[in-house]
Design a protein around this ligand. Structure first.
Ligand SMILES: Cc1ncc(COP(=O)(O)O)c(C=O)c1O
Length: 397
């Protein structure tokens, strides 16, 4: 472990505050270190390994495809990308898909699509994008500009022009920010990195109505919420609206990098040949993994089980909150949940959890986030909630 840390310190840019552990293997809901210790994973690679680590169907698809054809470039047709695009489209907006390699790239594509559509329909001036305060859309310059978190943006100014921000779930603020120069409103249906704040039905409906009135695209960033995390295939299905464009990444590749920008039929051909591209986007191996992931998600009863486990997690967290003043709020949807602590003890809780071989994450000094695998079992939820309760009681005494 010391050698590994030393190597990182010497050769890897210090962009992450890493936990003091190295994993060598994963299986189901557990990660293992080199000594074979099992860690219960309630982070799932930040909502990537949603089917659990090394799901046999995903591993088999990757193996088979890697041994047959791993890359051709997007100058040619390959079967896995076509099949994954069909699965995504037919189970969501019914339009067309652009594949990339990450959430940031999926959002970059959505931003470019919205700007192009704005220009096509309203001229050069129709390019403004409204995003929500506290949102997170990625680290590239355009997606960082869309990420209304000043401390992340400040060191990199000047950012892109033409972005404005409104507080999440503030319908009046959105109404007054909206105008005909807006080409898109960008929304995470549940803000993930911002601390697990679900969008209200009222806000989603207002955003839909305002986008329709002003000829703007409603873009949902489902990079973290997508593909079953909230108990529905896509989180927009919890609202009364359908977005025009939706972005996916994270769990789509079952652990391999892939991003997807999905446009409803009306906007499916806005980006034409030469306007956008990606060398690796939708490559055969990542796309084959995506097909295997999708087949698991669509298996009868799978999402029903996610709903049941999400309800159980919520019930246990609500009970915990009722039992202690150390918790001020429980938030979330499905298997995406957060506890807001009365004091800034979230980082200490994450460290203490690691010592107990439970993997948790905090999104802010007082916010603990839970992103268990979708295959989590009730006993695992009990173990984690009991640990959190014991930690908070001990801190209190
Ligand atoms: C909602 C959302 N959008 C975009 C991103 C960026 O994804 P990536 O890190 O794959 O670029 C993230 C990553 O956490 C995210 O949660």
């Amino acid at each position: 472990m010391e050698d590994l840390v030393e190597k990182y310190e010497r050769y890897v840019m210090p962009t992450y505050a890493r936990q003091p552990v190295a994993f060598t293997r994963g299986e189901g809901c557990y990660l293992y270190d080199a000594d074979g210790n099992a860690y219960l994973d309630f982070v799932t690679g930040l909502s990537v390994n949603n089917l659990g680590h090394c799901h046999p169907a995903v591993v088999a698809a990757i193996r088979e495809q890697a041994a047959r054809l791993s890359h051709t470039s997007n100058l040619y047709y390959t079967e896995p990308a076509a099949e994954l695009a069909r699965l995504v489209s037919e189970n969501s907006l019914g339009g067309k898909v652009f594949f990339s390699n990450s959430g940031a790239e999926a959002n970059e594509c959505a931003i470019k699509l919205a700007r192009k559509h704005g220009r096509d329909t309203g001229g050069e001036g129709k390019h403004r994008i409204i995003a929500l305060e506290g949102g997170f859309h990625g680290r590239t310059l355009a997606t960082l500009t869309a990420t209304a978190q000043p401390e992340k943006q400040e060191p990199f100014r000047p950012l892109l022009s033409g972005f404005t921000y409104v507080p999440r779930n503030d319908v009046a603020a959105l109404e007054s920010a909206m105008d005909d120069d807006v080409c898109a409103v960008l929304v995470e249906p549940v803000q993930g990195e911002g601390g697990v704040y679900p969008v209200t039905r009222e806000f989603a409906a207002a955003a839909r109505g305002l986008c329709d009135r002003h000829g703007a695209l409603l873009v949902f960033d489902e990079v973290q919420t997508g593909l079953g995390r909230t108990g529905k295939l896509f989180a927009y299905q919890h609202t009364d609206v359908t977005p025009d464009v939706m972005t996916l990444a994270k769990s789509l590749g079952g652990g391999l990098p892939i991003g997807a920008t999905v446009a409803a039929p009306t906007y499916a051909d806005v980006l034409t040949a030469g306007l956008h591209g990606s060398t690796f986007g939708g490559g055969p191996v990542a796309a084959a993994a995506g097909v295997a992931v999708f087949e698991q998600l669509l298996a009868p009863g799978f999402l029903e089980q996610v709903v049941a486990r999400g309800d159980y997690l919520r019930q246990r967290l609500d009970e915990l909150a009722a039992a202690t003043e150390a918790v001020v709020e429980v938030r979330g949807l499905g298997l995406m949940a957060a506890l807001e602590l009365a004091e800034e003890k979230a980082a200490a809780l994450v460290s203490a959890a690691l010592a107990e071989r439970i993997i948790l994450n905090n999104t802010s000094p007082a916010t603990v986030r839970f992103l268990p695998p979708l295959i989590v079992e009730e006993g695992m939820i009990d173990r984690v909630v009991e640990f959190v309760q014991a930690f908070l009681e001990e801190e209190d005494s």
